[in-house]
Design a protein around this ligand. Sequence first.
Ligand code: AFP
Length: 295
Amino acid sequence: MTDADPVVEAVFDAVAATAPEIRDALPGRRVESGTENPSGETVLAGDVYADELLLEALSAVEGVGSFVSEERPEAIDVGGAVGEGAYAVAIDPLDGSSNLRSNNTMGTVVGVYDAPLPASGRDLVAAGYVLYGPITTMIVADDRGVREEVVERDGDDPGVTRSVVDDDLTLPDEPTVYGFGGRVPDWPAAFREYAREVEDELKLRYGGSMVGDVNQVVTYGGVFAYPALVDAPEGKLRLSFEANPIAYIVESMGGASSDGSGSILDVEPDGIHDRVPLHVGNEGPIDRLEAALDG
Ligand code: AFP
């Protein structure tokens, strides 16, 4: 097993340390901030708070050269030449924030790139997500594999504990669950036909937060997709902050990802807020999806 990358470890220490503070701040930040993010989406006070906390925490990590967030138009230079010894860290600070009003799962998504953004997923050296569920867990993927950790406050101390509960997370062999985003009438016919087949075989697990829905697939096996839509062929999810990190994690677990024709990690973006159709899960359902869309 290769040694841990100290900068990657420090990035996930910093992300874990913010988790209890973000979680504690959520009850008072369920309201809209009155602003929109670069993707034109309404920003909640919770999004703003998480984004600012993560910028502060990650700026302090030696070896992080730039901070790139779903909530900010441009990369923030935080010191160090990205790709020449420093990393670019891409963050979706509060994925699924519309679940805040309905008190359902949300998360923070992290991509650690060894190249300035916009970058291909092949430039990722690590990726992970924090899941704010009944308990706070964190998935971390790097060249050593994929780990699941429980993140808790360290008693009365200011820090947190990261307890590894599975140090070699792999996708279950048999798919069990599925979750498809968007509205059925907005799905292209080929995807709708594919979805009908999957619905006859697997159990629906869709909660409106990519992190929560992907964690169902990570835990039980299956397929998650936010597909291309008739009026939005690029889908909804952002490549840099959502699709690439999730694809890196699932492929590192022995699964597959696709933008509809090939691995998400091979998509070459034009901009840091590019959207892409995202499909991840067991190889079988993903291979069937690509065949269905290629028909
Ligand atoms: P919000 O962060 O605005 O809640 O969006 C969450 C998300 O980006 C992703 O987490 C979900 O998979 C997807 O949007 C849900 O989109 P729909 O609301 O269209 O199902």
